[in-house]
Design a protein around this ligand. Structure first.
Ligand code: GLU
Length: 465
């Protein structure tokens, strides 16, 4: 059997990290098994569905590399199909017209509650119950699925284990409204059948729909897929992840300088594990992914861990690849690189200290632009002991072979001659050339900044001193 999975988002709101796992896991499962991954846009809620939300979904998937083999299918384009299935179900007695008015339903509800029962539709318009009743004039019926009365719906959830619901708990679900518009659970079933979905991997907010969906599916003669319901993602303090509680749109992470590899890696670990493996790339994840690694406890979103993982992935990128990723962030920060050192070398130097591409771009600024002279900082670093040695060093730099080792040797030689510790020259050099005391090894920094820029910045700073 060839594996077929789907991601079936409703384009009604904003897509956060918790939601996109419902795309990542079915995608990985399909890829792992050489199957097919389908994108289905569940847009039947026309009031709330928007083009922007749909575009955000497609863009986020593209960024994360979650490519689909079929679709996007749109439920709104399948309305005729749902109607045809409904007609067929009516003809076969699997569904029926129900004329119960809202007032009647309300009265029924009140009675049931008064008796201490769970409110549910009582099947009064089932054909056998309504044989002698004439449909009221002028009332357009809704369409209900005839749920089995007896027995149980049971399935082995790939995450939650065996689940069993008594049919007595389920009433006859409305599958199409009076205007013939199909309802959510009905569309999902028809689609999952038509699209030959073998594994439904989705958020566990849908677990209550599953027994109803299974019943409709069986009535239609289909074999239900395997279901895997992913536990909800919570915040550190246990709230459901939402816009209100710390959730940001997926693409915000891209814009904030996170790597797709890191986000995929992070999401993968949020509800799935492969032994103790923490840092892995996308191919590794796909090679490892299977449903038995899914965990049933809710994942907790930890922004610090995501940042840590991002840093790990940044460090793993080859310098050229890293430079390519960094380039747009440099441009966005207004840093032109054409006349400066190769970006790959700057990135290789900065990667140990910059957890995101945004941080790295900012840290790279002084390689391409002279920092403003910071008198207070210079005053803290330059005094009677090292002032003259720095002037000398400025002169020595004219003739030093401009490579890291020779620059380092010149600094150390000067310090030894003048009875200083190397740091007494290195720190002021940082202040002068980089405008910050937090730089990588200063000899390596100066090599990349270049002889002329180094000397110009030293001159400017020492003149001001
Ligand atoms: N459209 C549903 C949602 O966005 C998902 C339905 C499903 O996966 O079965 O929550």
């Amino acid at each position: 059997m060839s594996i077929r999975t789907r991601f079936a988002p409703s384009p009604t709101g904003f897509l956060h990290l918790g939601n996109i796992r419902s795309a990542l896991f079915p995608w990985a499962f399909a890829r792992h098994h050489g199957g097919t991954f389908i994108l289905r846009i569940e847009d039947t809620d026309q009031e709330r569905s928007t083009r922007e939300a749909e575009q955000a979904i497609v863009d986020a998937m593209a960024w994360l590399g979650l490519d689909y083999d079929e679709g996007p299918y749109y439920q709104m384009q399948r309305i005729d199909r749902y109607r045809a299935v409904l007609q067929d179900m009516l003809a076969r007695g699997l569904a029926y017209r129900c004329y119960t008015s809202p007032a009647e339903l309300e009265a029924l509800r009140t009675e049931q509650m008064a008796r201490g029962e769970k409110p549910r539709y009582d099947g009064r318009w089932r054909p056998e119950n309504a044989a002698n009743r004439r449909p009221p004039d002028g009332v357009a019926p809704v369409y209900r699925f005839r749920n089995p009365d007896d027995g149980v719906v049971a399935w082995h959830d790939a995450v939650k284990g065996p689940i069993e619901i008594s049919n007595g708990e389920l009433d006859d679900l409305v599958i199409a409204r009076a205007d013939l518009s199909p309802t959510y659970n009905f569309c999902v079933v028809v689609d999952d059948i038509d699209m030959r979905i073998t594994h439904v991997i989705r958020g566990d907010d849908h677990v209550n729909n599953t027994p109803r969906q299974i019943n409709i599916m069986r009535a239609l003669g289909a074999i239900p897929p395997v279901y895997a319901h992913l536990p909800t993602v919570l915040t550190q303090t246990g709230e459901k992840l939402s816009k209100r509680y710390g959730a940001r749109g997926i693409l915000q992470y891209r814009d904030d300088g996170y790597l797709r590899e890191a986000v995929v890696n992070y999401l993968a670990r949020l509800g799935w594990a492969h032994g103790d493996d923490e840092v892995f790339d996308v191919d590794q994840f796909v090679a490892w992914f299977d449903l038995d690694g899914l965990t049933s406890s809710p994942g907790r979103f930890d922004p610090d861990k995501l940042k840590w993982l991002n840093h790990e992935h940044l460090k793993r990128l080859a310098p050229d690849a890293l430079a390519e990723r960094l380039a747009p962030f440099l441009a966005a920060a207004g840093i032109g690189t054409a006349s400066g050192p190769p970006v790959s070398r700057v990135a290789a130097l900065l990667r140990d200290r910059a957890p995101t591409l945004v941080d790295m771009a900012e840290a790279a600024r002084y390689f391409y632009q002279a920092p403003p002279v910071d008198r207070a900082m210079l005053a803290g670093q330059i005094g009677p002991a090292n002032r003259k040695p720095l002037d000398e060093l400025l002169g020595e730099f004219k003739d030093v072979d401009w490579n890291r080792n020779a620059i380092g040797a010149a600094i150390k030689g000067n310090a030894a001659r003048n009875g200083l510790k190397p740091a007494q020259l290195m720190m002021p050099l940082r202040a002068l050339v980089a405008g910050t005391l937090g730089t990588p090894a200063i000899d390596a920094v100066l090599e990349l900044v270049g002889r002329d820029a180094t000397r110009a910045r030293m001159t400017a700073g020492l003149m001001n001193e």
